[in-house]
Design a protein around this ligand. Sequence first.
Ligand SMILES: CC(C)(COP(=O)(O)OP(=O)(O)OC[C@H]1O[C@@H](n2cnc3c(N)ncnc32)[C@H](O)[C@@H]1OP(=O)(O)O)[C@@H](O)C(=O)NCCC(=O)NCCS
Length: 143
Amino acid sequence: MLSFRRAVMGDAKSLYEWRNDKETQRNSHSSRSFDFESHCRWLQKSLGSEDREIFIAIVDGAEIGMVRRDRLPGAPESADWLLSWIISPAVRGRGYGSVMLVQFVTQYPARYTAEVKSDNTASIRIAEKAGLRPSFMVLKNYE
Ligand SMILES: CC(C)(COP(=O)(O)OP(=O)(O)OC[C@H]1O[C@@H](n2cnc3c(N)ncnc32)[C@H](O)[C@@H]1OP(=O)(O)O)[C@@H](O)C(=O)NCCC(=O)NCCS
């Protein structure tokens, strides 16, 4: 069974490792890596922000991934939150990504969008399964 808890500063190391993983970097807006100190500053600020929420997904007591949502300012017809997610590199390809996102949008219902790179097949599948409206799934090629 998968559960969520709010991220805390004690998650800084895991989040840093997952974020600096090569595949995550390739699929992120910014492909650069960050040093641990600036990551910790970013996390501290994020945890204090009303416009960003970070959740850690747990399976059998192990932290397997994270979901983050960023509040979108916007028009009434637009989505409320931008979603992003990472599965720990150690446990990818086991179906956790799909289970995690489906459960997240069920447990925390809202109008979500996601920006996914057009060659990130796994994330496109996951977003579809979680029912993200196709028009809300922005496929992008950043470089
Ligand atoms: C993308 C990511 C979350 C996928 O998590 P995962 O637990 O490995 O994915 P799952 O095992 O749940 O697989 C989901 C689907 O993608 C497919 N898939 C998994 N890995 C794949 C790969 N490397 N290439 C193509 N398809 C893949 C699975 O077959 C499954 O499809 P199906 O439902 O048709 O069977 C994970 O690889 C990751 O954290 N990547 C780096 C961060 C990232 O890209 N985040 C998204 C940014 S928005």
